[in-house]
Design a protein around this ligand. Structure first.
Ligand code: FAD
Length: 502
């Protein structure tokens, strides 16, 4: 440790999305205090996927001071209002998990309780999404900035982005290097540690160059070179709940209509993503090797493309789960090196962002970091478990039994924390969500309804208005939403006007 025990030199190992987000955020928030060096290897390369995000990325961009239009131009990005799930609850079903609320709450009562009440009077079960501004804008491939819907209390469109992963890493690299981060090219061959404390003191590159530091951030992807490899922190395997363990990714030509959402289509032994970018489409098939072969998975992927493939499918292997600890000694892992939850809800880049911001909030001044380390590990573990449960919901709450994979998912036992949420919602339409859960009530409601759970009852407070008032409320909401959507520009036109790809 240099400087009499104080942390002065930060070494980030790995220059994928995780490495460069980490470098950018530290440079911005602690750049004046820390000397930051990032080591990466072009020979090893990056995982090269990770193109869909959730709205929290807007906060990251705001912290970094990144202009949205410049960002989307540089990364060939598009806007995202949610994820369309096709064939999940049953074959032929489809719903959008949007980033916004559905309808409008009245007082303390969530909208879906009023809608559920209207169902008892012969309402249409599919009709819920008619009250979603996001769904209706997505249906019409429209996007625009709206603060409010009409004169109501309904907020406008909440959104995230799709972008080209390789362009994103380059964009962040330019940002971080512009703020003083030093980049070193090389392959890490060896790690040096203090004989007494066991802390990492330096990494040694092929060719002998030695990079010393006080604190190390492992962003080496699935290799987890420092935390998993050198420090031997174990891995909790969650494949029994999330059995997909492989992916094939392939780009294809751009979509004729640039829709503002990701599509996730359930397949016989997994699912397929479609991410619309301005210059091409990102596609991939996530599947379980226990239930299909690589050759069959490649056929499924290529058969499911909407536009012509621009290359051959690229294989990626993973094990869903997380490291037993996210920070050990003087090393924290961020990104794939810390664990992996499949991209069904586009949460990995968010996890990078939340881990970086948590690490910065708890960053130690000196080697004496046990209390901060314990808190960091506690909060990261809780976040991983909450997202895990949300992902399992999509597989487990299904009526599909048409393949061995879906029979397994439907009948597997799931964590008690999820069973409780499912039972509560099925009985009463209420959501048993923890207050710090990444996914809001609206997300849980949309996915549980979308997967086919119809609550047996609704909140009695929704009885406070009479039938005529209920009908009037629902009709006026629909009309306001339709008017607002009609006033939005087409997504394509919005992009062309504000942020055409460079
Ligand atoms: P990598 O990109 O693998 O980077 C690792 C870095 O470490 C590289 O720079 C490499 O050169 C370096 N390195 C490794 N070993 C050494 C060494 N010995 N010496 C020097 N350098 C070394 N996330 C989302 O948010 N949305 C998505 O839609 C999404 N889709 C995904 C789809 C799939 C199939 C997968 C597998 C992941 C997806 N993710 C998604 C996750 C996302 O891709 C990653 O979270 C993100 O790319 C971060 O990766 P990383 O930087 O941790 O690892």
């Amino acid at each position: 440790m240099t400087g009499e025990g104080s942390v002065q030199k930060l070494v980030i190992v790995g220059g994928g999305t995780a490495g460069w987000i980490t470098a950018a955020a530290f440079a911005r928030l602690l750049g004046g205090r820390l000397d930051i060096e990032l080591v990466e290897s072009e020979t090893i390369g990056t995982v090269g996927v990770g193109e869909a995000t959730i709205p929290q990325i807007i906060r990251l961009n705001a912290i970094l001071g990144i202009d949205e239009n410049e960002f989307l131009k540089a990364t060939s990005g598009t806007f995202k209002l949610g994820i369309e799930f096709v064939d999940w609850g049953q074959k032929g079903s489809r719903y959008l998990h949007t980033f916004g609320d559905t309808g409008m709450n009245l007082g303390n009562v969530a909208f879906h309780h009023y809608w559920r009440r209207s169902m008892g009077a012969g309402g249409n079960p599919k009709g819920l999404w008619n009250y979603s501004l996001h769904q209706r804008a997505a249906d019409e491939a429209r996007f625009g900035k709206l603060d409010r819907v009409g004169n109501t209390a309904m907020t406008g469109l909440a959104y995230a982005y799709h972008f080209d992963a390789s362009r994103y890493a380059l964009f962040l690299r330019a940002y971080a290097e512009g703020r003083g981060v030093t980049r070193t090219e090389g392959i890490v061959e060896r790690v040096e540690r203090d004989g007494e404390s066991g802390d990492i003191t330096a990494i040694v590159l092929k060719g002998g160059e030695r990079v010393a530091g006080d604190f190390f951030i492992d962003c080496t992807g699935f290799r987890s070179l420092l935390l998993g490899g050198e420090l031997g922190v174990g891995y909790q395997d969650w494949s029994k709940w999330l059995p997909c363990d492989r992916a094939l990714a392939v780009p294809s030509e751009r979509l004729e209509t640039l829709v503002p959402y990701t599509r996730a289509t359930a397949k016989d032994a997994g699912w397929q993503w479609r991410i619309p970018l301005q210059h091409r489409t990102g596609n991939g098939h996530v599947y379980s090797s226990g239930f299909t072969t690589d050759a069959a998975a490649a056929d499924t992927l290529l058969d499911g493309l909407d536009t012509k493939a621009l290359g051959d499918p690229r294989p990626i292997r993973f094990t869903t789960g997380r490291r037993e600890a996210f920070w050990a000694h003087n090393c924290a892992a961020i990104g794939l090196s810390s664990g992996f939850l499949e991209p069904l809800e586009s949460t990995s880049i968010h996890l990078i962002q939340s881990h970086v911001s948590r690490l910065i909030q708890l960053f130690p001044r000196s080697a004496n970091a046990a209390a901060m380390r314990a808190e960091y590990n506690r909060r990261c573990a809780a976040e991983f478990a909450q997202i895990r449960d949300f992902l399992i919901l999509h597989y487990h709450r299904t009526d599909r039994e048409d393949t061995e994979f879906w029979r397994y998912c439907k009948h597997m036992s799931v964590p008690d924390s999820l069973t409780h949420k499912l039972e509560l919602f099925a009985a009463s339409g209420r959501v048993g969500r923890d207050t710090d859960d990444l996914f809001r009530d609206a997300s849980w409601v949309q996915v549980m309804l979308g997967q086919g759970i119809m609550p047996a009852d609704y909140d009695p407070m929704a009885d406070q208005i009479d039938d005529a008032q209920l009908t009037g409320f629902l009709e006026s909401l629909r009309a306001i939403i339709e008017r607002s959507v009609a006033g939005l520009p087409r997504h394509e036109d919005y992009l062309a006007r504000h942020c055409p790809a460079e």
